[in-house]
Ligand binder design. Structure first.
Ligand code: FAD
Length: 377
């Protein structure tokens, strides 16, 4: 049992591990090659409480501390597919602002069905004109009687093709952050068209370009108050950054494990690879980087559970975790040699999925900038 884990944590970890071993790992390479995983997986994941972790019981969630979220990430990561994690868990970035709004309409129509695995949710913030500068987004929502009329485009949206609900960031007011709202938009709305995007990695998650042409959305599907969406989005980003840091470290750990296993088995020049000092030092360097970032991450998880908001640290730990993954994935592929370059090995898939983690949820450069401001530099 890892340090700091209670019996509840350990039991939950065992449940998720079993689920991943039986329902995910044996199929994940085929799903990645096919470009999709079955929608039934949402229901199966919900049945063991995996989708509800961190959400309140009032909406069917499983209240738990940050360690529970870490367990979900670490155990899902053992399948070695970021696409699976991003697609299956897209609700983890789509739902938090809806839950915070404490609206019966949103709870009953959107949140409950999604946490029960009966519907899929996605978050749509990024636009073709830019993703980092959220305050400049242009997709508009104009009030018309009991509805809003939405016009604009969103791009790179995870689960965007099959989402039943889209949490869409829209401009309802003045330029800048004070004119932004969030709307829960039904995926089957007339005037909404979606097209799939091909990408470097994360193949089994769908990624979509969305077009809104006069999409009418009932006004009771606004999330919180009109023009008050930016703060909720920023809080959401902080959670997403922490999750991406967890994912990066979990994948770095998978790379380390696969590299160690390979180095033990592989014989070169009459001896196992792991007897070579150059290989041993690579493995020690990987483990050192993983352990230091993981310790930092665990400390932050505890601080956040205690009610603190360590914004600069969350930015910095995400950057440290993705840099650690870049290093570990590259070294793992190198240690596996030609086999590390072959489709279907975990390290090959993880290697080609590294980049998205330092772009999504706030890029390395943008997070460094935010951390600098938070540190008063
Ligand atoms: C596979 C995938 C899935 C995604 N899923 C979602 C999703 O579900 N929902 C969603 O809303 N978005 C999603 N995104 C979008 C993602 O969040 C954006 O790609 C990201 O925020 C960066 O925005 P951008 O691509 O427009 O790059 P830009 O903002 O145009 O930035 C381009 C480059 O310039 C750098 N840069 C920008 N500003 C500065 C600055 N001030 N100083 C220095 N450097 C700067 C950036 O770091 C980056 O390297 C996804 C992206 C990918 C690739």
């Amino acid at each position: 049992m890892p340090r700091h884990e209670s019996e509840t944590h350990a039991a939950f970890r065992a449940t998720v591990r079993r689920f991943v071993e039986r329902e995910v790992s044996p199929f994940v390479t085929a799903w990645d090659e096919a470009g999709a995983f079955p929608v039934e997986l949402y229901g199966q994941a919900a049945a063991i409480g995996l989708l509800g972790v961190g959400f309140p019981e009032r909406v069917g969630g499983v209240e738990g501390d940050g360690r529970m979220a870490m367990i979900v990430t670490e155990e899902l990561a053992r399948a070695g597919s970021g696409g699976l994690c991003a697609g299956l868990m897209s609700h983890s970035i789509a739902l938090p602002p809806l839950v915070a709004a404490e609206s019966e309409t949103l709870d009953e129509r959107v949140v409950r069905p999604v946490l029960a695995g009966e519907a899929i949710a996605a978050l749509a913030v990024t636009e073709p004109g830019g993703g980092s500068d959220v305050a400049s987004l242009r997709t508009s929502a104009r009030r018309d009687g009991d509805s809003y009329i939405v016009d604009g485009e969103k791009t790179f949206i995870t689960s965007g093709m099959r989402a039943d609900w889209l949490t869409v960031a829209v401009r309802t007011g003045e330029a800048g952050m004070a004119g932004i709202s969030l709307l829960a938009v039904p995926g089957d709305s007339p005037g909404l068209s979606r097209s799939p995007l091909d990408k470097m990695g994360w193949w089994c998650s769908d990624t979509a370009h969305l077009r809104f042409d006069g999409v009418r959305v009932s006004a009771d599907l606004i999330v919180g108050v009109e023009n008050g969406g930016f703060l909720g989005l920023m809080e959401n980003f902080s959670g997403e950054r922490l999750s991406l840091a967890m994912l990066a470290i979990a994948f770095a750990e998978v790379c380390w494990q696969d590299a160690v296993e390979w180095a033990r088995d592989r014989q070169t020049f009459g001896r196992p690879l792991i007897h070579r000092q150059v290989i041993r030092h690579k493995l020690v360097e990987m483990a050192s980087r993983i352990r230091s970032v993981r310790a930092w991450l665990e400390r932050l998880v505890d601080e956040i559970d205690a009610g603190e908001t360590p914004i600069a640290d969350v930015c910095m730990v995400k950057n440290a975790a993705t840099a650690c993954l870049d290093f570990c994935a590259s070294e793992a592929v190198q240690i596996l040699g030609g086999m590390g370059y072959m489709r279907g090995t975990r390290v090959e898939r993880i290697f080609r999925e590294t980049k998205v983690l330092s772009i999504g949820g706030g890029s390395t450069e943008v997070l460094a900038d935010l951390a600098a401001r938070q540190l008063g530099l």
